[in-house]
Design a protein around this ligand. Structure first.
Ligand SMILES: NC(=O)c1ccc[n+]([C@@H]2O[C@H](COP(=O)([O-])OP(=O)(O)OC[C@H]3O[C@@H](n4cnc5c(N)ncnc54)[C@H](O)[C@@H]3O)[C@@H](O)[C@H]2O)c1
Length: 388
């Protein structure tokens, strides 16, 4: 095979990454899409490929013999059904994060993957961002020694917009935002330390959003739209203070990783600013990023060796493409995995383990904050060909 023919399930929203795959003269081409909304399919045809096959029934898409691979970019609660069906239909699969909204859902996907003999990867595009690649290289170089502690703060400015004006805000669709949004960060903690979390304890609450507004109230129809600080600025228009909202907007998790590493992840959805702040503390130094400055700082301990002289500041290079240049890279990796057999940076097991931590932490915070064991990785046979 010289060119991968891709079909999208979920034509718009995150399905917009189709533009990085649609290269009719290159190594991949997007030839179809399924979506439950016909207007999204029309937009997809206009923007990506006017000749693409489109359908409101994803089963028609995955049944096509002229499609090699499926990208699942539908909402979280659809991933298990769509990914399992596509693998069973003999397609390679790119599945957006979180891999599924339950651990069982992830394990069903891993089982279907193992039985299919096809390729699977998960949409952990943070692993492809220059900032976090740099931080991983620094840790892997050993300059800050053996990692003992990780502290992550995630200020989800605009949280109200992206997570409280649509399906994300109902736990039936997402389990919770520790899993939905936090799956990226939990994964980066796993990836950079090279260790998975084994137990967690968490606290959280719905402290700002939610309320008693009717579930069918939208921002354009609301009497308070001129004064409400959370009025929608875009396409997601459900009221952030509606009754059905039942996911936490303020979360704190502590975890113990294999090897005794301690980590914390703090997430808040009503901060005015947006940034992720990561600190890794090792036996020989400390590393911290600053997303607003686009820099990574490394401080090394005083010692009797040259490290004493080597505190450093890394200026992270800008890259072209959405999510700091990560999206074109993750899309390329998917194609390289299929055509060249390249091991993906964003592995299925990693997808499963971040969901396992998100679920365990959600269970903890909804039952008083006690320690919850993380569901360990499934049978080794399921993980053949999968890495950390
Ligand atoms: N890796 C990242 O940086 C990143 C960024 C954004 C979203 N995501 C992930 O992408 C997924 C989609 O998120 P989104 O914000 O684009 O959601 P969305 O609500 O915009 O939905 C995406 C598309 O799926 C379609 N869709 C909805 N239900 C469907 C169904 N049952 N069958 C087929 N299509 C359906 C929608 O009409 C839309 O076109 C989520 O899992 C999210 O976590 C990942």
């Amino acid at each position: 095979m010289q060119q991968v023919r891709i079909g999208m399930i979920g034509a718009r929203g995150r399905g917009g990454i189709a533009k990085y795959w649609h290269k009719p003269d290159g190594r991949s081409v997007v030839v179809g899409a399924a979506d439950i909304y016909p207007e999204k399919l029309e937009e997809f045809q206009q923007e990506i490929n006017p000749d693409a096959f489109v359908t409101t029934d994803y089963r028609e898409l995955i049944a096509r013999e002229d499609i090699d691979a499926i990208a699942v970019t539908s909402p979280d609660f659809c991933h298990e059904e769509h990914a399992v069906a596509a693998l069973k239909a003999g397609k390679h699969v790119f599945c957006e994060k979180p891999l599924a909204i339950t651990v069982d859902g992830c394990d069903n996907i891993l089982k279907a993957w193992q039985e299919s003999g096809k390729k699977l990867m998960v949409g952990f595009n943070m692993r492809y961002m220059n900032m976090y690649r740099t931080m991983k290289e620094i840790v892997d170089s050993g300059v800050i020694g053996e990692i003992k502690a990780v502290w992550v703060r995630h200020f989800v400015g605009w949280g109200g917009y992206f997570y409280f004006h649509d399906w994300h805000a109902n736990s039936a669709n997402s389990t919770g935002l520790l899993l939905q949004k936090g799956s990226h960060d939990i994964d980066i903690i796993h990836w950079i330390t090279g260790r998975y979390a084994t137990k967690v304890s968490a606290f959280g609450g719905l402290d700002f959003y939610g309320g008693d507004k009717p579930n069918d109230l939208t921002c354009p129809a609301c009497d308070e739209r001129e004064t409400c600080t959370e009025v929608s600025p875009g396409r997601l228009i459900e009221c952030a203070f509606r009754e059905e909202v039942n996911v936490e907007d303020n979360n704190m998790v502590i975890m113990e990783l294999e090897g005794g590493i301690k980590a914390s992840y703090l997430q808040c959805h009503f901060t005015p600013d947006y940034q992720r702040n990561y600190t890794f503390i090792g036996t020989e130094g400390r590393m911290e990023n600053n997303e607003l400055e686009n820099k990574v700082y490394v401080w090394t301990r005083r010692s009797n060796n040259p490290r004493e002289l080597s505190n450093r500041v890394y200026e992270i290079k800008e890259a072209k493409g959405s999510h700091g240049g990560a999206d074109p890279n993750i899309c390329k990796d998917f194609v390289d995995m299929i055509l060249d057999g390249k091991m993906p940076v964003a592995t299925p097991l990693a997808g499963r383990m971040s969901v396992a931590v998100g679920c365990a932490a959600t269970e903890s915070l909804r039952s008083g904050g006690g320690v919850v064991q993380v569901s360990p990785a499934p049978d080794a046979a399921v993980l053949q060909g999968s890495g950390n």
